[in-house]
Write a protein that binds this ligand. Structure first.
Ligand SMILES: Cc1ncc(COP(=O)(O)O)c(C=O)c1O
Ligand SMILES: N[C@@H](CCCC[NH3+])C(=O)O
Length: 420
C-alpha cells in the first residue's frame, strides 16, 4: 500500500497533507513515511521467512538519517556501514554493535580501529592487504576481528555501469579465483576470525538471474573452502534488489528473491546475512518541491523550473535516472515540460519532454521514490545549502534534518589574514 496518496485532491504523506509541510518547513524538503519504512522492513524480513534466523543489515548509505535508522533499529535491523561516519550514526540510532557490518574498499586505519573498539559484528574485508592491516591493529589492541571475505564473482548485474560492483574490472572484493587462497592465509592471522564470505554485485537490480549466478559461485567457494579445511559459518549476500521508479514498472518481488535465495543456499549450512538499502527506503520518501516558474523555450515544451535541483537529488543528473513527478494538488490537466532545477548546469535536468500534471508558478509537486540515495547524496553546489528532511508518522511529522543554510556553510570558511 502506498502511503503517499491523494485525499480530497491533495497529496498526503500518511495523514499529513504535503502543503502543510511545505508551508511550515519550506521547500525543497524530503518527506519520509514511517509506515512505509516499517512495512518494507517487514515485507523483506517475511520474504526471507524460509531461512533460519537471517541477519538483516540496512545499507546506511541509502538513507543515513538518524530517525530513519531508528525506525529500522526498532524493527530489529542491523546496519551495513561503509565509513566511520556511518558507523557512528548506526550506533547513535541504537543499532547493536554486533549487528553492524563494515564494508568498503577503503577503510582507513582509524576506521578499522573504530570498528574494533565499537565491537562490531563483522568486517567485510575487500582485499588481502586490508586483512593484514586489520589483523595487525586487532593484535596490537588485544582483539580478534570477526571477518568475511568479500569476493568479486565477475558477474554482470545488468544495471547502470556506475552502480555495478561485481565485474572483474570493478574495484570491489577479491577475485573469485584467488579467494580460497587469500581466505586460507588470512585465517592464519591471530587477529582475525575468518568466519564467512560476502558478495554484492550492484544496485537497482531488475533481474534475479545475475544474483543467482553470483550466489551459485559463492556456494561453490564455500564448498572449496571447507574442503581445504577452512571454517565458514556466515555468508553475506549483500543488497541490490531494485524498486519501481516508474508507475506500472514491475521488478522482482522480495518474495521471489527470498524463494531464490532459499533454493540456492539450502545446503550451505551458514547464517545468511543481507544488506538491503533501496528496497527498504526508496519508495518510503518523496522530494517535495515548488515550481518557481515556467519559461517558454522556442517552439518546444516549456522549461518548468522547480526549487529542487541536482544538488538536492543527484540521481537524474548522475545516472540519467527517472523519478516520477506529480502535482500535489492535480487539476486533472496535463502538460509536457522539461523539468529543471535552478543550478547553472545543463545537467541540472530532472526530465526532458516529460508528460506531467499541469503546473504553474507556486504549485507544489513531488519527485517520487526519493527515499534512497536522495538527501544523502546532496551537496551545497551553487551555495544552495543542504535540503531538509521530515519524517511523517500518522497525522504527525517531525523535521528530522534541519535545512542547512548556505550562510551556515560559509561560517565554516575562513579568509586568511595574509590575503587581506
Ligand atoms: C556493499 C553494499 N551493500 C549493500 C548495498 C545496498 O544496495 P541497495 O541499496 O541496492 O540494496 C550497497 C550499494 O549498492 C553496497 O555497496
Ligand atoms: N547512488 C546509487 C546507488 C549506489 C549504490 C552504492 N553501493 C543510486 O542512486 O542509484
Amino acid at each position: 500500500m502506498d502511503h503517499f496518496q491523494l485525499r480530497d485532491g491533495v497529496l498526503h504523506a500518511e495523514d499529513v497533507p504535503l502543503p502543510r509541510i511545505a508551508d511550515e518547513v519550506g521547500t525543497p524538503v524530503y518527506v519520509y513515511s514511517r509506515a512505509t519504512l516499517t512495512r518494507h522492513a517487514r515485507v523483506f524480513r517475511d520474504a526471507l521467512g524460509e531461512l533460519d534466523n537471517p541477519h538483516i543489515a540496512f545499507a546506511v548509505k541509502s538513507n543515513p538519517n538518524l530517525a530513519v535508522l531508528k525506525v529500522l533499529a526498532n524493527e530489529g535491523y542491523g546496519a551495513d556501514v561503509v565509513s566511520g561516519g556511518e558507523l557512528t550514526r548506526a550506533l547513535k540510532a541504537g543499532m547493536k554493535p554486533e549487528d553492524i557490518v563494515f564494508s568498503g574498499v577503503g577503510k582507513t586505519h582509524a576506521e578499522l580501529l573504530q570498528g574494533l573498539e565499537a565491537g562490531i559484528g563483522q568486517f567485510n574485508i575487500e582485499s588481502e592487504e586490508e586483512g593484514y592491516e586489520l589483523a595487525a591493529i586487532a593484535e596490537r589492541h588485544g582483539k580478534r576481528a570477526a571477518c568475511a571475505l568479500r569476493v568479486n564473482p565477475d558477474v554482470d548485474a545488468r544495471t547502470h555501469e556506475k552502480i555495478s560492483t561485481g565485474k572483474r574490472e570493478n574495484k570491489f572484493g577479491v577475485p573469485l579465483d584467488r579467494a580460497a587462497e587469500i581466505y586460507a592465509r588470512l585465517a592464519e592471522e591471530d587477529g582475525l576470525d575468518m568466519r564467512g564470505v560476502a558478495v554484492h554485485i550492484g544496485s537497482q537490480l531488475g533481474d534475479l538471474e545475475p544474483l543467482e549466478t553470483a550466489f551459485g559461485k559463492l556456494g561453490a567457494l564455500i564448498a572449496e573452502l571447507r574442503a581445504q579445511g577452512c571454517t565458514v559459518t556466515h555468508a553475506d549476500l549483500g543488497g541490490g534488489l531494485g524498486v519501481p521508479y516508474k508507475a506500472g514498472e514491475t521488478l522482482p518481488a522480495p518474495t521471489e528473491y527470498g524463494a531464490m535465495v532459499a533454493r540456492v543456499t539450502k545446503d550451505w549450512d551458514v547464517r545468511l546475512m543481507f544488506e538491503p538499502g533501496r528496497v527498504i527506503a526508496g519508495n518510503a520518501g518523496v522530494l517535495l518541491t515548488r515550481v518557481i516558474r515556467s519559461k517558454r523555450s522556442g517552439n518546444g515544451p516549456p522549461f518548468m523550473v522547480v526549487d529542487a535541483a541536482m544538488n538536492d537529488l543527484a540521481r537524474p543528473a548522475m545516472y540519467g535516472a527517472w523519478h516520477d513527478f506529480a502535482a500535489v494538488a492535480p487539476s486533472g490537466d496535463r502538460m509536457t515540460a522539461h523539468i529543471v532545477g535552478p543550478i547553472c548546469e545543463t545537467g541540472d535536468t530532472f526530465a526532458m519532454d516529460r508528460e506531467c500534471d499541469a503546473l504553474v508558478a507556486g504549485d507544489l509537486a513531488v519527485f517520487r521514490t526519493a527515499g534512497a540515495y536522495g538527501a544523502t547524496m546532496a551537496s551545497s553546489y551553487n551555495s544552495r545549502g543542504f535540503v531538509a528532511e521530515v519524517l511523517v508518522d500518522g497525522d504527525k511529522y517531525a523535521v528530522v534534518a534541519d535545512r542547512i543554510a548556505a550562510s551556515a556553510i560559509m561560517d565554516a570558511e575562513r579568509v586568511p589574514e595574509w590575503l587581506a
